[in-house]
Design a protein around this ligand. Sequence first.
Ligand SMILES: Nc1ncnc2c1ncn2[C@@H]1O[C@H](COP(=O)(O)OP(=O)(O)OP(=O)(O)O)[C@@H](O)[C@H]1O
Ligand SMILES: [Mg+2]
Length: 1017
Amino acid sequence: MEKGKQFEQHTKQGGPPRLTQPLIAVAIEFNMETSRLAFCTRDDYNEGRIRIKCKQWSKCDNLLTISAPSTVIITPDGKTLHGYGYDAESFYDDLELENEHVQYYIFKNISIKLVKSFKETNDVHLIDENGKTLPALTVFTLVIKFFKTEIQRHCEQYLEEDKYYVIIVPEKFQEIGAIDFIRTAALEAEINVKQLAVVTEIDAVSLFHQKETHNQKSIIGKKFMIVNAGSYFTTFVVHESTDLGIVKESTAVEIKEGGGKVLKKAFKKLFGQDRCMKFKSESKREWLQLKNKFLQKAFLFYPLTTSIVRMKFPSPLLQDLKKDLRSKKFSSTQKSETFKGISVSSDKVCVTTELMQTTIDPSVQRVIYDINQAMLTSADVDTVVVFGEFAKLPMLKNGVNKTLFNKDVVFYGDDIEAALKGAVIIGLGFGQIEKIDMAHNSAIVAAIDFGTTFSGWAYSLRANFDSDRTKAVTKHWNSGSCQTEKTPTCILIGPDGKTVEAFGYEAEEKYQELAAKEKHKDFYYFKRFKMSLNIKLGEKLDRNITLEDAMNRPLRAMDVFAMSIKFLKDDMLGFLPNKHIGYINLDDIHWVLTVPAIWTDGSKQFMREAAIMAGIKTKRLTIALEPEAASMFCRNLPIQATTSNTGVTISSLSTGTQYLVLDAGGGTIDITVHEVDNDNNIKEIHASSGGGWGSTIVDKQFERLLVTLVSSDVYEQFKRHNADDWLDIWRDFEVKKRQISSPFSDSQLRMRIPSLLIQRYVLVTKEEFANVLKNSKNSNDIEIVRDKINFSSELARSWFKTSVDKTVHMIKDIIAKRHVNVSAILMVGGFSESLILQNAVKSGFNGIDVIVPDETSGCVLKGALIFGHLPKVVTERVLKYTYGIETFDMFVPGRHPLSKRIITDKGTVCQKVFSKHAEVDQKVKVGEPQVWRTYSPQFKSQKQMSFSVFASDRPNPIYTDEGCSLIGNLQIDLEDHNGALDREVLVAFTFSGTEIVVEAKDMKTGNQSIVAVDFLE
Ligand SMILES: Nc1ncnc2c1ncn2[C@@H]1O[C@H](COP(=O)(O)OP(=O)(O)OP(=O)(O)O)[C@@H](O)[C@H]1O
Ligand SMILES: [Mg+2]
């Protein structure tokens, strides 16, 4: 028996249980300028209200506050934190007096500094006040360590294991990708990864809001917009409260410039920009104090009740202002009217209510404008929650209430503990946030349709996507005679087997040129190789399979696929206009690669691995199913872009309507049934079926006939030695094939025979070419006229028969099923353009609308983009197989066969038991694991658990060796396993996506991970 593959199972439905129950939640909040520290014990939480204890920082004037400036001072060796917050500032003042300050490191506003210098690598450095640098990781690690020690001092009675840390960061951190950075800093500060969460302010406040509101009325199922009106940034997101303690992101977070920036500018303008800048450069500290004082005044300013605003001004600035006021000589940037509202009395400057109001107003309007903009796309929101430093501003409150008069507006501006309390909810395990997968929020989505006969790329910008989902940029490949959206799937590789010489039409042409010069034999030329991955359930695909090129020379298939994908990827990147490259990180492009829906998991994995080899990050790649992509595209098409016999279009179908999707490509015929779901989504009603009898079958039939006519010997020689002429035949056939059955062609199919083929025939057979028909059973349907060969239309049409008959037959089978109720057939894929196929479908299904979009072959490519932007548009799928894993049962004599009886450390067990995870034809909701199960080891000595995944056509297989096929394997390491047989690992399978995803959680260590299933040999 294979070592390690030993476990037994228990079933638990629902999400993974939380391992430990922390007794105390620690919340660390990094704002842009300040930071806070608080904790809450489980007991304090259970009393109904969240009672948190915040660290009180003492300001220089001995006032206590819960916010400290994010200022840190670090010893000259760069290793120890010397002070934080107000302490750091006053200590630095002392050092300055002694002129020792330059030896130390002082960093003010570490969050702002991080945002400014962050890049997604580990060597980010922060520049201190005197221009010296330290690694950002060192600075943040020291600060987090300091907070950790502070908490330890305050709650000595708790052990480290009892704590759960939640670090709150500005949304900007998430945008720049700094969440992992903070996590790393926390780990460096020796916080256990299992006791740590890093969340954004908005997420924390959202959970707090849910709890607050829930006490009054239920908001479960409701959406609300949450706005962090910070001083630096205003951030928006729409959340949905799905359950108590769970809020889900409905939109991606959007970040705009904050009102504080506008207000600070207005402040300078008020007293004269030049004057202020001069003063700032002379005495920075006094300037900052003055600016903060002004902000405080603004935060207390009520236009109706505040009469006049008085501020004590530092004397140089005051004198300067006085002078100008007297002489009415204003600074260049200051308008004379502002002076009308300013006066000086002794050491104070006074500003009238009106002037103060007009100064604050633009910053308020800016935020209100952004809120209104965000509301435009969020009509389903009836509550708006506003928090953040700027939300303290009475004028903002007023303005927001006024503009959103028909919405519920909640302000947490004064409640500076809101985020801390939300963090506590998360820390104690009472709340969680379901995030939108950021991978799917890329500014650009690019798609590659890797077809059997034709391939191409397309991309679309997120910014344009919302207004028109079918809008895409595609390349127009030049075939010589016309331009097409896809190019032939053929690749010319150099003699080294590694360098791509050309792809598509260019590869055809170059190869033909090489062949004309007899130089092609050193090169590799592959065409139509996608079908090598088209295998059946139970057949194993080897990672190392080889392909034979046109000259029968082998090359590793994975390399050929990777080179082709890389070519298409680089070609697309080369087409991106410079204006995009400037603001988009190319690594952020989300890639979608399409595959036939009927493919096995092994084939999909093969494509994914090839794409990774081609330089696409696995996180940035989605595998889409071709018929789904095409179906989605047609759902979004304007009415006029489709033709159907009755004027019905896919986009006009109403919710609940079912339609059959026939994706007829070059290689595969893929058939599924979709139902229109709410919100323009689609549901799969019938699992995809079909096979490899696409349009290239027609080519093969023609080729077979040609071979029987001229003999395989002659044909092979011709192909090898006259490759350019051989390619000509195929180019010609591709055109002629489209004319068969076209109302504009005459009934015969005429093709020119290359003279070299005729010569070779004569040379080898010593007969005249006209004699090719001598032994042919089709001699009545073929005619040779000099160098032309004419096929009767019956013969030419017969080449289509296998493919067309099989397709119609399969559609009939599906339509006859009880649970489907098809009211239209959507024909996509290039082969759908064939009138032979169209007529067969139309006449086979009376009463059902047959819809053919204008561009049948581009649907897949452009639909893939929609899938990249909105991965959840397919909401439900139907399982093609029953899935399960091989396990053990305690042996029951009489019930289990003796042949499967074995002894393990657990006792006598029956092996090869099929443990069902999901059943064939089962409807599965996309994105949700179908079932969570725990498994435990069979042997004390096991170091890992191995799982074999099986699939079956049967609904209820009992043993894995009866009617089941092994499709893949996965392993989970049992970290520090002490031999306990009750050690549990929780495993969740998700079968509803385009690929199978397995998650495992080790119940001992708490480690949770996505486990890779290997479907390849
Ligand atoms: N009018 C037509 N009659 C017959 N066949 C056609 C016609 N138009 C296109 N085809 C065939 O359709 C195929 C191209 O379709 P498409 O681009 O959808 O296939 P693909 O994406 O390369 O293949 P697959 O999706 O199976 O991997 C070619 O084999 C082409 O010969
Ligand atoms: Mg295709």
